[in-house]
Ligand binder design. Structure first.
Ligand code: CTP
Length: 415
């Protein structure tokens, strides 16, 4: 399964706000993801950024003149109609108060607004303006109207505004817009209506206020799974311990520190969970007591007594019982250094899982802190598959494809 933006046609409308310079990074991100990006600029946007900047990034002509004709496959076509018909997604970033108003009122007096009016697909707006303009009832009414038509919004965020003031109105960061764009495109995919809960990262068990027992997990695999599930249309909740990578956008996040907190979060979400994937490196032991003040060094040895933490997947496995009805699917990981197959199969059984993904964490190209994984999949049915070396994104996409196939075979109604 190629990444969701691969080969997609994206219209990027840029209106006249200082955040227009950030849209250059967005255009770059979309282009790098293999989307074909056509940038449409308003007259005021061109006062902030020169069209040639977008042109160089996207390798496509920038459109701004409503009367410009358009050649497509040797045929002369009306610019806005051709663009609107070919697009899979229309993003407007930044969307100024004025642009929001024009879109909400169906005005069609420049290339951006006329193309928007000719367009029928998913639309994502990233507003950017001064706080008072954003909060003005006129703007809020326009936003409500657009939302009512099914238009999506990302941001605005709180932060420092061009005026030097702090408040709501800052355009969402390009990476956030990119992530939400993937989610919007994934809507209606095979996991639409399926709630997927994924654990990720390495838990931290406090020894004192400044130290903890931890592990090498970066959270890369869990984050890749969250993105893959989101791009297939799932409603994703990522329950994560501290991550060494950017968390995904367009998913619900529950941030925890310890195994106990992760256990409680998963249990809280369980009644509404269709698919549970345990990609976190959960500490098996924690200090019996955590000091409230920093432990001072002393001569001689220091002994930290440890106790067991709850095993999240094992607890869920026990609750599922022999029928394994709820959650519909539970997927575990086995990070092993030896006795690979035997350990993985033992975990599949003991934790009552449907599927377990084994990776050898001693191999230099697999496991913690690297971008690739070489995994073996074991299914309850006895099926075993050795997958070739892949990036963690590819492994995540392949696992989610397996989830789609397994759910398809179950006699089960989506929410
Ligand atoms: N897991 C969990 N809760 C724990 C420990 C592990 O939910 N307290 C999950 C992990 O997220 C993973 C799977 O169980 O999906 C196996 O984790 P792993 O650390 O390989 O196994 P352990 O159960 O810890 O067994 P062992 O320490 O004997 O290898």
């Amino acid at each position: 399964m190629p990444p969701i933006l691969n080969g997609k046609r994206v219209l990027l409308g840029v209106s006249g706000g200082i955040a227009a310079y950030k849209s250059v990074a967005l255009a770059s991100r979309l282009t790098q993801a293999n989307a074909q990006v056509d940038v449409i600029m308003t007259a005021s946007a061109m006062k902030f950024v020169a069209p040639v900047t977008f042109q160089a990034i996207t390798q496509r002509p920038v459109v701004h003149d409503i009367f410009e004709s358009w050649h497509d496959a040797g045929r002369l076509r009306i610019g806005h109609v051709a663009l609107a018909q070919a697009a899979d997604l229309f993003i407007v970033a930044p969307a100024t108060a004025h642009t929001l108003a024009r879109l909400a009122l169906g005005m069609a007096d420049d290339m951006l607004s006329i193309t928007a009016l000719s367009y029928k697909g998913p639309m994502l707006l990233a507003p950017a303006m001064e706080t008072r303009m954003w909060q003005h009832p006129a703007t809020q009414e326009h936003v409500a109207r657009l939302r009512g038509w099914g238009v999506d919004f990302v941001g605005p965020a709180q932060g420092r505004l061009a005026s030097g003031e702090y408040g709501e109105g800052r355009m969402a960061e390009p990476e956030e817009i990119f992530e939400v764009a993937c989610k919007v495109l994934g809507r209606g995919g095979p996991l639409e209506g399926v709630r997927v809960v994924i654990t990720a990262g390495g838990t931290r068990e406090p020894i004192d206020p400044v130290r903890f027992v931890g592990n090498h997990s970066t959270g890369k695999m869990g984050v890749a799974l969250a993105r893959a599930a989101r791009d297939l249309g799932a409603e994703v909740v990522l329950v994560h311990a501290p991550l060494a990578v950017h968390p995904p956008g367009g998913v619900e996040r529950v941030s925890v520190q310890t195994a106990q907190e992760m256990f409680e979060a998963v249990m809280r979400l369980l009644p509404e969970t269709d698919v549970l994937i345990g990609a976190a490196a959960v500490a098996d032991y924690r200090p019996v007591s955590s000091e409230t003040t920093k432990i001072k060094k002393m001569p001689g040895q220091q002994i930290i007594r440890l106790e067991r933490t709850p095993d999240i997947l094992a607890a869920v496995g026990e609750m599922r019982g022999p029928e394994r009805r709820h959650p519909r699917l539970v997927v575990g990981f086995a990070a092993e250094t030896d006795n690979w197959e035997q350990n993985a199969l033992e975990k599949l059984e003991r934790k009552n899982l449907d599927l377990i993904v084994l990776n050898d964490v001693t191999a230099p190209d697999s496991g913690f802190a690297v971008d690739t994984n070489r995994v073996t999949l074991f299914e309850r049915s006895g099926n075993r598959e050795d997958w070739p070396l892949m990036t963690k994104e590819e492994v995540a996409q392949a696992i989610m494809q397996r989830v789609v196939a397994r759910l398809g075979r179950l006699d089960w109604k989506k929410r």
